[in-house]
Design a binder for this molecule. Structure first.
Ligand code: TXA
Ligand code: MG
Length: 326
C-alpha cells in the first residue's frame, strides 16, 4: 500500500477546496466529507487516479464506484436520464439518492469507474463535496473512504484510522449528517428497483413518484451493491434483535427501554432514545466502532423497526452480522 510522508488533514472551507482541487487535478486521491459518509475521491476521467482509490481501499476491482456531480447538467454530460430518473433527480438532488443510469455515447468517464458496465451510478452530494465538484468542473468518482470490508467512516478521524497514510489529503468536515450511505435505485421499464436502501427512505421515493419500489434485489451481472458479506464488519461479532445481554457483550440500544442484562453490558450506546430512525442512522457507524473499541467479543443489538431509515439501518446491521469471509 502506498504511504505518504504524512497524510495532510485540512478543515473544510474555501482553502480546503483549493487544496483538494490541486491534489485531484494532479491525479491523486482526497478523502472528503459528504452528507452521507466520507468519500475517497478521484477525478472520474483519469484512470490512474481512479486506480489509486482501489489501491488505498484494497477493494476488489469488480465493484463499480459512484460518480459525484454538482447537478443534473453535469450528469447529462455522461449519462442518459429517462423521465422517471429525471424526476427523482429533480426532487432529491442534491441529496442521498444515487441513480444508476445508462452511459452516454462518447462519455469521458474512465471504465475503471464503472467496472466496464454500460451503466453508471450518479449522485449530487451536499456540502463540501458539492463545492469541490463545482470548483473542479468535472465529476468525482468516490466510494466510501474506508478499507474494503470495514465500516463506512462518518468522521475524518474514522477515515484516518481506516486508511492510515494511504491517502495524501483528508478534509475534515466533522461528523456527517445522514450517517449511512445513499439509497441506490435503478429505473428499468418504468419500474424503480431498490438496489441498496440508504439515506433517503424508500417510502419517500414511493410518495414522490406514486409508485411502489421493486425490492426483489439486483439481477445485474455485477456483485449487488454492498453485498460482500463482510462489508460493514466490526471486529466484534454482532447479534441482532437481541432480547437479553449475554456476559461480555456490549449493547447497541434503540428507544427508551433497555433489554434485560443491559446493566452488565461492557458498554451501552443508544442509537436514539426517542426511537427516531434518522437520528439512529446518523449515529450507527460511529456507535458500532465505539462499541467495537470497548473490547467486547460481541455487540448485542436491540430490535430496530423497519420504518423510515430503519430499513437501511437493518440492512447494514445484517451485513455486519453476516458470517465473516475471514
Ligand atoms: O453515500 C454514498 O453513496 C457514499 C458517498 C461517498 O457518496 N458512497 C458509497 O460508495 O457508498 P460505495 O462505492 O461504497 O458504494 C457504491 C455502490 C457499490 O455497492 C456498487 O456496487 C454500486 O454502488 N454501484 C456502482 N455502480 C453501479 C452500477 N452501474 N450498477 C449497479 N450498482 C452500482
Ligand atoms: Mg462502501
Amino acid at each position: 500500500n502506498p504511504t505518504h510522508e504524512r497524510t495532510r488533514v485540512l478543515p473544510a472551507g474555501s482553502k480546503a477546496v483549493a487544496a483538494a482541487k490541486t491534489v485531484l487535478l494532479d491525479g491523486r486521491t482526497v478523502a472528503i466529507p459528504t452528507e452521507t459518509v466520507y468519500g475517497l475521491a478521484a477525478d472520474a476521467t483519469n484512470g490512474e487516479a481512479v486506480a489509486r482509490i482501489f489501491e488505498s481501499k484494497q477493494r476488489p476491482s469488480f465493484n463499480p464506484l459512484i460518480c459525484h456531480v454538482s447537478d443534473i447538467a453535469m450528469a447529462e454530460t455522461f449519462a442518459v436520464f429517462d423521465p422517471l430518473s429525471r424526476k427523482l433527480a429533480e426532487h432529491f438532488w442534491p441529496g442521498a439518492l444515487t441513480l444508476v443510469l445508462p452511459l452516454k455515447e462518447g462519455h469521458a468517464i474512465h471504465p475503471l469507474v464503472t467496472a466496464g458496465l454500460d451503466t453508471v451510478a450518479v449522485r449530487a452530494p451536499r456540502g463540501f463535496g458539492a463545492e469541490l465538484i463545482e470548483a473542479m468542473g468535472k465529476p468525482l468518482a468516490a466510494p466510501s473512504a474506508n478499507r474494503s470490508g470495514r465500516i463506512s467512516p462518518t468522521s475524518a478521524q474514522a477515515v484516518r484510522e481506516s486508511l492510515g497514510n494511504s491517502v495524501p489529503l483528508v478534509i475534515d468536515g466533522g461528523l456527517t449528517q445522514v450517517g449511512v450511505e445513499s439509497t441506490i435505485v435503478k429505473v428499468e421499464d418504468g419500474a424503480i428497483r431498490l438496489l441498496r436502501p440508504g439515506g433517503i427512505a424508500a417510502e419517500e421515493i414511493e410518495t414522490v413518484t406514486g409508485q411502489n419500489l421493486d425490492r426483489a434485489g439486483s439481477t445485474a451481472a455485477i456483485q449487488a451493491p454492498g453485498m460482500l458479506s463482510s462489508h460493514y464488519a466490526p471486529n466484534a461479532a454482532m447479534r441482532l434483535n437481541a432480547t437479553e445481554v449475554m456476559p461480555g457483550e456490549a449493547l447497541l440500544g434503540f428507544g427508551r427501554e433497555r433489554i434485560p442484562g443491559a446493566n452488565r453490558a461492557r458498554a451501552v450506546l443508544v442509537l436514539s432514545e426517542t426511537g427516531n430512525t434518522v437520528e439512529a442512522a446518523a449515529r450507527l457507524f460511529d456507535y458500532m466502532s465505539r462499541l467495537d473499541a470497548s473490547g467486547a467479543t460481541c455487540i448485542a443489538v436491540e430490535p430496530i423497526p423497519m420504518e423510515g431509515l430503519g430499513e437501511a439501518i437493518n440492512d447494514r446491521l445484517a451485513r455486519a452480522a453476516a458470517p465473516r469471509e475471514g
